[in-house]
Structure formats: structure tokens, C-alpha cells
Design a protein around this ligand. Structure first.
Ligand code: AQP
Length: 329
């Protein structure tokens, strides 16, 4: 099992947590899990060096605060394991230009930045992701729905490599939970909650002041109807709130619908705001505790990188050999 998160925005948002990180915490119990802070991916768009360094530690601190346990999983920083960039080069050489051009995330992001501003790194980002996954021979990749196309590319390239050079890579599957595959913006519940696309009011950052978070939940856009019912197509705002509520409390949506029968949207929002505050308050505190002890944090990451490198180096050596590179003596 392998997954990663970018250290770009500082705080994780609720979509990152419910769509991905929450699953990572559960899956570390049952899988040999590798989780990383993907700083190589972060520099596909311009980064301030000091901010990147700080945000990389901050991302690791949040992953630990969310419940990752370095004794149960391998937690590391992508740039500490050079094999990622090395295998990415090989996979770049197997990827068609047209194939890479069809990646919708690249199309969206490069359209926003303008063709001349978008970097070649942004273009080959999905191929680096392919290398990330294949290095650990991952069977499953827990991600949100927005990453499905990149996992498909990973499967295609792994099959291509295996077909051309002999069985080398495990063919991975996406692990996407239907309920939380896409958490929506609170102000526009037809688009995914995202650090780059959401308005500040529609985006729940986990490290924001709990009061501000409560306010955002209370002013979430719903609809002109009054019934609290899950109907993603016709009632996207209410459905999004029910999904968030249900996932954070572990209470099934049907039970929430029963409880809120005859009640107003305001009641649902007030209660969910409370649930959110109860969730983010200890999360913020735990994150701060890890940040206050950077030596321990760095040593967790160093141990993680050491463990990751053992696996990554073995896979890379095999791939290099299959491709026909002369072994270094
Ligand atoms: N709204 C979401 N619902 C469910 N899952 C989501 N993920 C992101 N947004 C949602 C999942 O979070 C993981 C980490 O993604 P990332 O490293 O791409 O984080 P990000 O850059 O902070 O995500 P954004 O906000 O989506 O960034 P932009 O705006 O740059 O595209 C992934 O598993 C992702 O699926």
C-alpha cells in the first residue's frame, strides 16, 4: 500500500483528510503501508524554499496527528528516497507524449497557469506518481476520486514495462471509498473541495481557528428545499454535509436522516459545526506538539526513509537491470 500527500498548502483540508488520510490511518493496521510527503511533486509549481521546508515538516506533523504510527507504517519524505526520481526517468521514457497530454489534472492546472508558465515537471507529474507507486510494488493506492486517472496510467505503464522487459512490477488498484471519494466545496457543492479551486469560505482547513471552521460550516450552501435527505444529484450541499457528518461520527447517513426528520437545515449545520470543532481542536493540538519537537519529527522521517529505501532500491535495481543498464561496479 502506497500513498502520498503534497506539502504545499500548509494545512490539510477536509477533502485531503476524509478522502485519503483517514483511510491511511485505518489501512496501516492491515497492510504493509508506505506513506510519504511528496515534496518532489510540490515543486512542479513554484515554491518558496523556506516555506517548502516548513510545510514538509508540517505535513508530516499532521499525518502523525491524524493517527499514523511510525511503528505501524513507513512514513517518509519523497526527496529522501532518490529512487523516485530515478525510476520516474525510466517511466518517462515509456510514456507517450499524447498519453501524458490526456491527463485531466494537467490540462486543468496548465490551463489555469497558461501554457508558457506550466512546467515540464507539471506535465510529467503523473509519471513521477507512477514511479512512486511501482517502487513499492503496491497492490493498492488509497486516494480520492481525482487521482483515479493517474492510477489507471500507473497500471498501463506497469503492464507495458512488464510486457516489454519481463514481469517486474505489481499492477496496482486504486482504493477509493465511495462515500468519501469526493468531498465538495461548502460554497459550491458541485465542485471538489480543493486548495487551489475553492474559495476560502468553501474550504475547511484543519489547522484554521476552530471558530472560523464552525462559521464556515454554518454558512454552507444548501438548497431551497427543507428536507434533510441524502440525494447527491438534487441536493448536493445537504448530501455533502451528511457525508462529512457521517464519516466524522461513524453514524450511518440513514440514521442521521431519521434523526433530523422534520428539523431545519440550521440544526444540522449547528450540530455538524460542533462535530467539526471537536475533531479539529485536538488535531491542531497534536500537530503543534509534533512541530514543537522537530528533532523527534526529523528522526521519524529519517527512519522512514531508511526503511523505504531498502524496498525502493531493490525495485529500482531490478528495473535498471531489465532495461539493460550496465551495472555499476
Ligand atoms: N475534495 C477531495 N475529496 C476527496 N479527496 C480529496 N483529495 C484532495 N481533495 C479531495 C485527496 O487528497 C490526497 C492528497 O492530495 P494532494 O496531495 O493532491 O493534495 P492537495 O494538493 O492539497 O489536493 P487539492 O486540494 O486537490 O490540490 P489541487 O487544488 O492542487 O488539486 C489525494 O489522495 C487526493 O485524491
Amino acid at each position: 500500500m502506497l500513498s502520498g500527500i503534497q506539502p504545499t498548502a500548509g494545512s490539510f483540508h477536509l477533502g485531503n483528510y476524509l478522502g485519503a488520510v483517514r483511510q491511511w490511518v485505518a489501512l496501516q493496521e492491515s497492510h504493509d503501508a508506505f506513506y510519504m510527503v511528496v515534496d518532489l511533486h510540490a515543486i512542479t509549481v513554484p515554491q518558496d524554499p523556506e516555506a517548502l521546508r516548513a510545510n514538509t515538516r508540517l505535513a508530516a506533523a499532521q499525518l502523525l496527528a491524524a493517527g499514523l504510527d511510525p511503528d505501524r507504517c513507513t512514513l517518509f519524505v519523497q526527496s529522501h528516497v532518490p529512487e523516485h526520481a530515478q525510476l520516474a526517468w525510466v517511466m518517462n521514457c515509456l510514456t507517450g507524449f499524447g498519453e501524458a497530454s490526456r491527463m485531466t489534472q494537467f490540462k486543468d492546472k496548465s490551463a489555469k497557469q497558461g501554457a508558457d508558465r506550466a512546467s515540464v515537471g507539471l506535465f510529467t507529474y503523473p509519471v513521477l506518481q507512477v514511479a512512486d507507486i511501482l517502487l513499492y510494488q503496491a497492490n493498492e493506492v488509497p486516494v480520492g476520486e481525482d487521482q483515479r486517472q493517474h492510477i489507471e496510467l500507473t497500471r498501463d505503464l506497469a503492464e507495458r514495462f512488464n510486457g516489454r522487459f519481463g514481469a517486474t512490477f505489481t499492477i496496482p488498484k486504486p482504493y477509493i471509498l465511495k462515500e468519501t471519494a469526493k468531498i465538495y466545496d461548502l460554497q459550491d457543492p458541485t465542485v471538489k473541495m480543493s486548495k487551489s479551486a475553492s474559495t476560502p469560505k468553501g474550504l475547511i482547513n484543519l489547522l484554521d481557528e476552530p471558530k472560523a471552521t464552525a462559521k464556515k460550516v454554518k454558512s454552507a450552501v444548501t438548497d431551497t428545499d427543507t428536507v434533510i435527505r441524502y440525494d447527491a444529484e438534487n441536493k448536493p450541499g445537504v448530501s455533502n454535509l451528511l457525508t462529512i457528518y457521517s464519516t466524522l461520527t461513524g453514524r450511518p447517513v440513514a440514521e442521521l436522516e431519521r434523526d433530523y426528520e422534520g428539523k431545519m437545515y440550521g440544526a444540522l449545520k449547528t450540530d455538524l459545526a460542533e462535530v467539526m470543532v471537536e475533531f479539529v481542536t485536538p488535531f491542531r493540538e497534536r500537530t503543534q506538539q509534533y512541530l514543537d519537537d522537530p528533532e523527534t519529527l526529523d528522526s521519524i522521517l529519517a527512519k522512514g526513509a531508511e526503511k523505504a529505501r531498502v524496498v525502493a532500491a531493490e525495485t529500482l535495481a531490478q528495473a535498471y537491470d531489465r532495461v539493460g543498464f550496465l551495472p555499476a561496479k
